[in-house]
Design a protein around this ligand. Structure first.
Ligand code: HPA
Length: 235
């Protein structure tokens, strides 16, 4: 048991899919996995271990923001010997070249966050994905005929901000989209020499306020879920 995860040693697989929302983790486990076992529900943050096409994996949740995913991913890597974490989440597009439902495989996450400096003394404002999950995601998407965009995204610390327009770091690195977690996940993976990738579905276009509707949300994330699961099978 770790402080925030109550699974017993050996109950978490080497590869973990991390959604932001615990109910999304539950949905994935119930829809796609066989022989599922709820291995942790501390704070109602669910972790299920099961198998997909005979490959053992765990699906869990990170909560929102760098501090939250920082805790869960750190404990998974250090207390449960997890090798690879693939975050699956949503993002807001900064550019109208992206469309709702587009899929992004994050190459680099940048942030104004102090997370990496406070945790590890890293004086960097961007981190790359780590390990081979990123390449396996790209190859799997090609095999499944799924269109995938790769690039730099912004892991912001705030969802609501007074200032209109793009934050300076977004202009500096020409970020495609905004989310709030990949930066801390990639910083942890770097420090701990583990693998990490992030797959995102565009759920809103920031400049036009276009959004995936509540009904569309039911199906919008299915291609990303399938891609993540098929990637795990190929790892
Ligand atoms: N900003 C930050 N995180 C997000 C967004 C956004 O616009 N959309 C989905 N996750």
């Amino acid at each position: 048991m770790s402080i925030h995860i109550s699974a017993k040693p050996g109950e978490i697989a080497k590869t973990v899919l991390l959604a932001g929302d615990p109910l999304r983790a539950k949905f994935i486990a119930e829809k796609y996995l066989q022989d599922i076992k709820l291995v942790s529900s501390t704070r109602n943050v669910y972790f299920f271990t099961g198998s997909y096409k005979d490959k053992e994996l765990t699906v869990g949740a990170s909560g929102m923001g760098c501090p939250s995913i920082g805790i869960y991913s750190y404990e998974l890597y250090t207390e449960y010997e997890v090798d690879c974490i693939i975050r699956i989440g949503t993002c807001g597009a900064y550019t109208d070249k992206l469309k709702l439902f587009d899929l992004i495989n994050v190459d680099t996450a940048c942030s104004e966050s102090t997370y990496a400096e406070c945790a590890y003394g890293y004086k960097k404002d961007r981190f790359k994905h780590r390990g081979d999950a990123f390449d396996i995601i790209n190859a799997t998407a090609a095999e499944l005929d799924l269109e995938l965009i790769t690039g730099t995204i912004h892991s912001g610390d705030v969802f609501y901000r007074a200032e209109k327009g793009k934050p300076a770091i977004v202009k500096k690195y020409k970020c495609l989209a905004a989310e709030m977690e990949a930066f801390a996940l990639f910083a942890n993976a770097r420090y701990l020499k583990k693998s990490a990738a992030t797959l995102l579905t565009v759920s809103d276009i920031i400049s036009t306020h276009q959004k995936i509707s509540a009904e569309e949300r039911e199906t919008a994330l299915l291609p990303m879920m399938s891609l993540a699961l098929e990637t795990v099978v190929r790892m």
